[in-house]
Ligand binder design. Structure first.
Ligand SMILES: [Zn+2]
Length: 322
């Protein structure tokens, strides 16, 4: 089995109407535009491909690594048709559309088929009054929601709250959601790009047209038994500096808070490691990476133990398959 060193990738910047310039705070190389909405840090989904930066593997796509070096990259989770997780940052300057994603079974019936999309957010910063819409208010059924969408008052059916930095919100496939204006968000999700837009706040685009909605697909996809979604309560783990934000069948999301050197023990899995506060030096397999706020490192399963040496207090997210 060939071995792979820890890998870093070129971020893929996406410009949408709701973006801004705050991804620069995470070290992203913005151009002159003012609508930088998303930075895709780790992706292997069709033509959307992360490309390795630096070291002997520079220029390889994530899909090439999954298909040709799958055992080294994925360890116990080899083989996979594609890298199973997508990791990104979002700068929400305007409220996003109200949407829902299918689960695996629903997405498999699409043409072309896709994965389902369960996702989780970590709030990096929130302007005062910023909102997250997550889940339906108690008692909202399909008829109530459909009528509200027709009247343009869909938001009255949605549970919402004002998040604080550090909040984690878990959005299972089938949960209606929207990120509000003023949020800087980190998101881990299944590698899928299927979204059904239920409501766009009665907005028109630059040409005076509403954006397309997928109301019937959305209504079919929504799990009406699921009520309001609130921020996760972090759970302790066997390691005092690690708390668990999400453990579901699609991914595990842990948060590390360290101010002294710590190892990340190898466990025959890949780990996506992202610094969201502070700076840390990550050393493994004769390679060394300096991670700052916004940096991501993909640790292949074949890597020996990773050593993390923080400069002061550091917050990291560690994302992997169960
Ligand atoms: Zn979503």
């Amino acid at each position: 089995m060939s071995e792979l060193p820890p890998l870093q990738f070129v971020p893929i910047l996406r410009e949408y109407l709701w973006g801004g310039r705050r991804l620069a705070e995470l070290g992203k190389p913005l151009g002159d535009g003012d609508r930088y909405a998303e930075s895709w840090e780790i992706v292997d989904h069709g033509a959307d491909q992360s490309v390795v930066v630096g070291g002997p593997w520079a220029g390889k796509t994530l899909h090439e690594l999954v298909t040709r070096h799958g055992k080294a990259l994925l360890g116990r989770h080899h083989p996979q048709p594609q890298f199973p997780l997508l990791w990104k940052y979002l700068d929400c300057q305007r409220t996003l559309s109200v949407q829902v994603h299918p689960n695996d079974a629903q997405a498999a019936r699409l043409d072309p088929p896709d994965s389902g999309k369960t996702e989780a957010w970590v709030v990096l910063s929130a302007q005062p009054g910023s909102k997250i819409f997550a889940g339906l208010k108690a008692g909202v059924d399909r008829t109530t929601l459909e009528q509200a969408v027709e009247r343009g008052t869909c938001d009255e059916c949605l549970h919402s709250f004002e998040p604080r930095p550090g909040d984690c919100v878990f959005i299972e496939a089938g949960t209606v959601h929207a990120l509000g204006a003023g949020l800087l968000i980190a998101e881990i999700q299944q590698a899928s790009d299927t979204t059904f837009r239920l409501f766009d706040w009665n907005r028109l685009d630059r040409d005076g047209q509403p954006r397309p909605l997928h109301v019937q697909d959305a209504l079919k996809t929504i799990d009406f038994s699921r009520g309001p979604v609130v921020p996760r309560v972090p759970q302790p783990t066997s390691q005092p500096h690690v708390e668990r934000l999400v453990a579901c069948e699609k991914f595990i999301l842990d948060r590390w808070q360290i101010d002294s050197p710590q190892p990340l023990a190898s466990d025959d899995r890949f780990h996506i490691l992202a610094a969201i506060e502070g700076s840390v030096t990550a050393t493994a397999s004769d390679s060394r990476h300096e991670l700052r706020r916004g940096s991501t490192l993909l640790l292949p399963a074949s890597c020996r133990d990773l050593q993390l040496a923080p400069q002061g207090r550091v917050v990291l997210l560690d994302m992997y398959l169960p």
